[in-house]
Write a protein that binds this ligand. Structure first.
Ligand code: DQA
Length: 149
C-alpha cells in the first residue's frame, strides 16, 4: 500500500521523446528519461507518487489527461507544439478540474512570435518557461505547495 501524499501526472507532448538529440542548444542535452527521473525524485522528495506519459498524438494526450480525473491530484504538462495549436488539450485539462502547471524547457517568449501564444496557459495555475529541466522540479514543488494550501 502506498503511503504517498497523492499522485501527480506529468504529460509530455510531441517531439519530447527526442530530447537529448533534438536541438540541444535550445532544449538541453538531457533525455526524456533523465527528465522523468528528475520528476520522480522531485515528487518522492515531497511524498508524491508520479505517472508520466509522452505522446506525439493529440488524441492520445487528450485520453491521458481525461484519465487523470479521479486518478491524479494535479498535472504538470509540457504540451510542446500543441501549446500553440490545441483547443482539445486545453479543454481536456479544463474538464479534469485538476490544478495544472504548464512547463516549457525554453523561454517561448524569447523565440518566434507564434510560440508566445498558449491555449493552455489560461487553464494553468502557473507557467514556467526557460528554466530548462529544472522547470519540472519547480512545477512539482508548486503543485505540492498548492495542494497542501
Ligand atoms: C517547448 C516549446 C514549444 O514551442 C515547442 O514546440 C516544443 C517544446 C519547450 O519545452 O520549450 O516542442 O514546449
Amino acid at each position: 500500500m502506498s503511503s504517498a501524499t497523492g499522485r501527480l501526472l506529468i504529460v509530455h507532448g510531441p517531439n519530447l521523446n527526442m530530447l537529448g538529440t533534438r536541438e540541444p542548444g535550445i532544449y538541453g542535452s538531457e533525455s526524456l528519461e533523465d527528465i522523468n527521473a528528475l520528476c520522480h525524485r522531485a515528487a518522492a522528495d515531497l511524498g508524491y507518487d508520479l505517472d508520466t506519459v509522452q505522446s506525439n498524438h493529440e488524441g492520445a494526450l487528450v485520453d491521458a489527461i481525461q484519465a487523470a480525473r479521479g486518478t491524479a491530484d494535479g498535472i504538470v504538462i509540457n504540451p510542446a507544439a500543441y501549446t500553440h495549436t490545441s483547443v482539445a488539450i486545453a479543454d481536456a485539462l479544463r474538464a479534469t478540474a485538476l490544478p495544472v502547471v504548464e512547463v516549457h524547457l525554453s523561454n517561448v517568449h524569447a523565440r518566434e512570435a507564434f510560440r508566445s501564444h498558449s491555449y493552455v496557459s489560461p487553464v494553468a495555475e502557473a507557467v514556467i518557461a526557460g528554466a530548462g529541466s529544472t522547470g519540472y522540479r519547480f512545477a512539482i514543488e508548486h503543485l505540492a505547495a498548492y495542494l497542501s494550501s
